[in-house]
Design a protein around this ligand. Structure first.
Ligand code: SF4
Length: 107
């Protein structure tokens, strides 16, 4: 949240002081302030949301940035990519076809 605040303040200063009307300063919250490693370190336990005394939802920012990484940049750990592929093809995180789900019963 502190890095998000810092980025918002910096961008606000840039826009106010920029005479040419540019709204982009070439930096982004992702990577310039918050690393992918930091985003993936969150276990989405929701404790920060529940305990925040001023009702800020840090998890929402984390999940949106993670979603951006996966949906827009196809950037995810190899294990996640395998799981995504299995869900897309087999409608389940496992690598087996839906037709073979009960095959273990016969063996
Ligand atoms: S949900 Fe909040 S408290 Fe839980 S791991 Fe993520 S950032 Fe930390």
């Amino acid at each position: 949240m502190m890095k998000t605040r810092d980025r918002s303040e910096e961008l606000g200063h840039f826009i106010r002081n920029n005479k040419e009307g540019n709204k982009e300063d070439g930096k982004s919250l992702l990577r310039d302030y918050i690393t992918e490693e930091e985003l993936r370190a969150c276990t989405s336990c929701n404790a920060c949301v529940q305990e925040c005394p001023v009702s800020i939802n840090p998890l929402d920012i984390i999940l949106q940035m993670r979603r951006h990484l996966v949906m827009e940049e196809s950037s995810a750990p190899q294990e996640w990519n395998m799981m995504f592929s299995n869900i897309e093809n087999n409608m389940a995180p496992r690598k087996f076809s839906p037709d073979d789900r009960d095959a273990w019963v016969q063996s």
